[in-house]
Design a protein around this ligand. Sequence first.
Ligand code: UDP
Length: 324
Amino acid sequence: MKVLVVGGAGYIGSHTVLKLKEKNIDTVVVDNLSKGHRKAVLTDNFEKVDILDKKRLEKIFEKYKFDGVIHFAAHCLVGESIKNPKLYFEENLNGLLNILDCMLKFKVDNIIFSSSCAVYGNPQFIPLTEEHPKDPINPYGETKFFGEKILKRYEEAYGIKFISLRYFNAAGADFEGRIGESHNPETHLIPLVIKSILDNNFQLTVFGNDYNTKDGSCIRDYIHVLDLAEAHILALNYLLDGGTSDCINLGTGKGFSVFEIIRELEKISGKKSKYKIGKRREGDPPILVADNKKAKEILGWKTENSGINSILESAFKWHTSPKF
Ligand code: UDP
């Protein structure tokens, strides 16, 4: 099997490339390195290509004969998407369309798509099943929702099969500390709580303590990045074995509040986090927790690395000694 990983230098992409390598699956990585890191790609088969550059993308498809594509490359920050929707609609959707065009031209029939629980919008019930109404409340979620619609139409018209994986909150790092989460600027909770513990000059802001939740802060379903990575390989194998297109949640089914994450990281580090309470962040639903039955049943997926300690300890290990 030969796999193209688009956006393989990013956080979830690089952990997936690591897993593919461990399984000796032939992999080519494409990334424009706008956000990702070359050092995060632990394989030699790397091509610095922007997916908006269709000519160069076509050259990659021409050079290799892929059995499937795993597509991670997208802008993925809720707040940024509200301030700059043009960037999100143009690049996330055109990027996907270019990849699909190449797949049509070079007869590649299977794609695994990075989607998000942001497609659901404000939850009407918890845990969120895949059937929950899709009503995204920010442009980032909308690009994922439209992406899924594009995939459905392309399957109907052209027969390209897809699995859209709706991630909840990706977290944690490789247990050996080789790769981990490194965004610039960093906006995600766990790295910022760790920063508020390790860096004397940094204070975390908790975005709202007046939500209708057990302690007033937002609740999220944190899923270990290596479990996410594994799901992509399971999903691709499922399609190659004759499975049908689908949209599948990837979460643990358990939620943790912002204050719980702070307390757990204080226990792990033995130090205090410096934080203040701020305003709610626009576009943040109060609770997001997955129903993950479908992933378990259809893909045989396990959340074996996603205990909260395993997530937070691996993240803490990475951030005390980041390699990039
Ligand atoms: N959060 C926070 N302070 C921060 C960053 C995040 O209180 O500096 C909260 C945020 O409101 C959300 C949760 O932490 O409820 C997870 O946010 P993150 O940005 O990590 O992921 P998202 O849920 O947006 O994908």
